[in-house]
Design a protein around this ligand. Structure first.
Ligand code: FJE
Ligand code: FE
Length: 297
C-alpha cells in the first residue's frame, strides 16, 4: 500500500464531519444520568433518528413505567444488565453486548431498570417510523451478544448490530432501513477503516472511548462523548493515530422525509395525532388497552 493510499479515503466522495457536538450528562427518568447526542437542542432530529442516549444508571435509579408510540427503541448494553417488563407480559434481561430492538408501533408501556449493583451502561437509540408503520403491532427482536456477528480485520473489530460490514449482514429486520455498527480500532500503527454508507442515508458517529480522526486524514482527532454528523458521500474513513484503542458506533438510516410532532415518548406526524395518542393513553384504547391495571413488578 502506498503512503497516499494510507493517508486518503477510499471513496469517490468521502463523507466529512459537518457537525460536532459534545453530549454532556443530564438527568432523565428517575434519577438516571444520560449523555444525549441526537435529540438535544443543537441536534434535535437527524431523520430518521430521534434520540441517542448513552446511559449510566445504578439502582434504585432507572426508567420506571412509561409509554411509547410511533417509533422504535434500540437498547445496546455496554456494561452490566437491564431488565424490561411490558404491559403485555413481555419480560427480559439484557446483559453486556446484548441488544433489544423494540418496535413500539401503536403502543407499549414498559419499565426499564438496572438489573445489577453498580453502574449499568448502554446506548438507547430512537428510530422514527414512517406514517404507514406508526400504528403497527408492537414487536421485539432480541439479540444476545454471542449472536451478534463480529469481524476482525487489520486491527479493526466490528460488531454488526444492523446492516452490513466487511461482507457480513445482521439478521435484524429494520423497518426503517438502518445500519448500526460498533467499531473498535486498535492503537499503534495507524489503524484505518473505510466503511461504505448508502448515498441517500443520513449518518452519524458517537464516540464511546478513545480518540479518532474522522472523514479526512488531516483533520483533528476527536474524543469520547462527541457526536459527529456526517455530510453527504459514499462512505466514512477513520484513522486511529493515538496510543489507545478507539471505540465508536456508526449509525445510518434512510430519511423518512415526513413531518415530526413529538410529545415526550409519543412521536407522530401531526398535532392532531398527538392529541389522539394522549387520549388513547389516558382512556387505555387503540393499543393501550393493557394499560388499565398494569404496573411493573
Ligand atoms: C423517556 C424521559 C426518559 N433515555 N435511555 C422521557 F428518560 C425516557 C426514557 C429514556 C431511556 C430509557 C433507557 Cl433504558 C435508556 C433512555 C430516555 O425512558 F422515554 C421519556 N419520554
Ligand atoms: Fe422506554
Amino acid at each position: 500500500m502506498s503512503a497516499s493510499d494510507q493517508n486518503s479515503s477510499r471513496f469517490d466522495r468521502p463523507r466529512l464531519v459537518i457537525k460536532k457536538v459534545l453530549a454532556k450528562p443530564q438527568r432523565e427518568g428517575d434519577g438516571a444520568v444520560v449523555r444525549r447526542s441526537i435529540g438535544r437542542s443543537e441536534l434535535k432530529y437527524l431523520d430518521p433518528f430521534l434520540m441517542l442516549d448513552e446511559f449510566a444508571v445504578s439502582p434504585p435509579a432507572g426508567f420506571p413505567d412509561h409509554p411509547h408510540r410511533g417509533f422504535e427503541t434500540v437498547t445496546y448494553m455496554l456494561q452490566g444488565a437491564f431488565t424490561h417488563q411490558d404491559f403485555a407480559g413481555h419480560h427480559g434481561t439484557i446483559g453486556t453486548g446484548d441488544v433489544q430492538w423494540m418496535t413500539a408501533g401503536r403502543g407499549i408501556i414498559h419499565s426499564e431498570m438496572p438489573a445489577g449493583e453498580g453502574t449499568q451502561r448502554g446506548l438507547q437509540l430512537w428510530i422514527n417510523l414512517a406514517s404507514k408503520d406508526k400504528m403497527i403491532e408492537p414487536r421485539y427482536q432480541e439479540l444476545l451478544s454471542e449472536d451478534i456477528a463480529r469481524v476482525e480485520r487489520e486491527g479493526v473489530e466490528v460488531r454488526i448490530i444492523a446492516g452490513e460490514a466487511m461482507g457480513v449482514q445482521s439478521p435484524v429486520y429494520t423497518r426503517t432501513p438502518t445500519m448500526y455498527l460498533d467499531f473498535t480500532l486498535k492503537p499503534g500503527g495507524g489503524t484505518q477503516l473505510h466503511q461504505p454508507i448508502p448515498e441517500s442515508w443520513n449518518s452519524f458517529v458517537y464516540i464511546i472511548e478513545g480518540e479518532g480522526v474522522f472523514g479526512s486524514f488531516n483533520s483533528s482527532p476527536i474524543g469520547a462523548n462527541h457526536v459527529l454528523v456526517l455530510g453527504p458521500g459514499d462512505g466514512l474513513s477513520v484513522w486511529n493515530k493515538s496510543t489507545k484503542s478507539l471505540r465508536f458506533v456508526l449509525i445510518g438510516g434512510q430519511p423518512i422525509g415526513e413531518p415530526v410532532v413529538q410529545y415526550g415518548p409519543f412521536v407522530m406526524n401531526t398535532q392532531a395525532e398527538i392529541e389522539q395518542t394522549i387520549e388513547d393513553y389516558h382512556y387505555s384504547k387503540n393499543g393501550f388497552e393493557m394499560a388499565k391495571y398494569w404496573r411493573s413488578q
